[in-house]
Write a protein that binds this ligand. Structure first.
Ligand code: HPA
Length: 277
């Protein structure tokens, strides 16, 4: 997909005209989880709308900017507000920002999201370290001509969520006394929440949480050789498990309520991940 690669180069160029900052860790902040960005000692902030070729996000609660700077001394690029497939972008567009962070120099990527709990042991407000994902229900972001400059046609996904980074995050959470569940994240396209039967299906397939992002980002990041880790904030119990109807407002409110603790987990995870690079 030469067009996508050229678009990517244009977007890298837009950022490089503003800053020569080289991040080591990329962080993607999910719905209601954006405040971590405020704690980063910013060197440069770039609005998505000022990046050539960039798909601009519209969903409520998303601010749409990259923050480049230091998080406890770790050079990071933070994506506050992600691009979702359900907004109408193509999958290659959805993962363009991920590839962009890799092109800027990030070696590792921490993906976060708000997700619905499918595992019966989960409670709203729990945090879940992502051990693996199911992306088989959404189109692959790698469909189309392979941009060989980025990676292989058939990338290996055996350790899509880097075992060493996962262990580092588990240790950091334990040291901080932050409870951390772990499990498999299953991506749906959205924007409708799942039906109860779809949630049962996801459970049968081995999912512990369901959401509308992240897995395809992990695919694109693995494709270009980034080391990936991810944490879900279980903002609600998924449909059929939850006794009440789901709403984006409730998802957003729960994520926002536990966000201060989540932010601490993200901060400590970034430190822990950096030490492993
Ligand atoms: N389903 C899908 N996406 C979500 C959910 C959910 O229950 N909660 C937060 N994002």
């Amino acid at each position: 997909m030469m067009q996508i690669y050229e678009r990517l180069l244009a977007s890298v160029d837009s950022i490089r005209r503003k800053t020569d900052f080289i991040p080591a860790v990329g962080v993607v902040l999910g719905s209601g989880l954006g405040r971590y960005a405020d704690e980063v000692e910013a060197v440069a902030t770039v609005e998505y709308k000022d990046i050539e070729g960039f798909p601009v996000s519209t969903v409520m609660g998303h601010r749409g900017r990259f923050i480049l700077g230091y998080s406890d001394g770790v050079p990071v690029v933070v994506m506050a507000g992600r691009v979702h497939y359900y907004e109408g972008y193509s999958m290659p567009e959805v993962v363009l920002p991920i590839r962009l962070m890799g092109m800027l120099g990030a070696k590792a990527l921490l993906l976060t999201n708000a997700a619905g709990g499918v595992n019966g042991n989960f409670r709203p407000g729990d945090f879940m370290l992502i051990t693996d994902h199911i992306a088989a229900l959404v189109p692959s972001p790698l469909i189309g001509p392979n941009p060989d400059q980025l990676g292989d046609r058939f990338p290996d996904m055996s350790s899509a969520y880097d075992p060493q980074l996962r262990e580092a995050i588990r240790a950091a959470a334990l040291a901080e006394g932050i409870p951390l569940q772990q499990g498999v994240y299953c991506q749906f396209t959205g924007p409708a929440f799942e039906t109860p039967q779809e949630v049962r299906m996801a459970r049968i397939l081995g999912a512990d949480a369901v959401g509308m992002s992240t897995a395809v980002e992990c695919v694109a990041a693995n494709h270009m050789g980034l080391r990936v880790c991810g944490i879900s904030c279980i903002s609600n119990l998924a449909a059929g498990i939850s006794p009440v109807p789901l709403s984006h407002q409730d998802v957003f409110d729960t994520a926002s309520r536990v966000e201060p603790l989540f932010r601490r987990l993200v901060r400590e995870s970034v430190r822990a991940v950096y030490k492993e690079l």
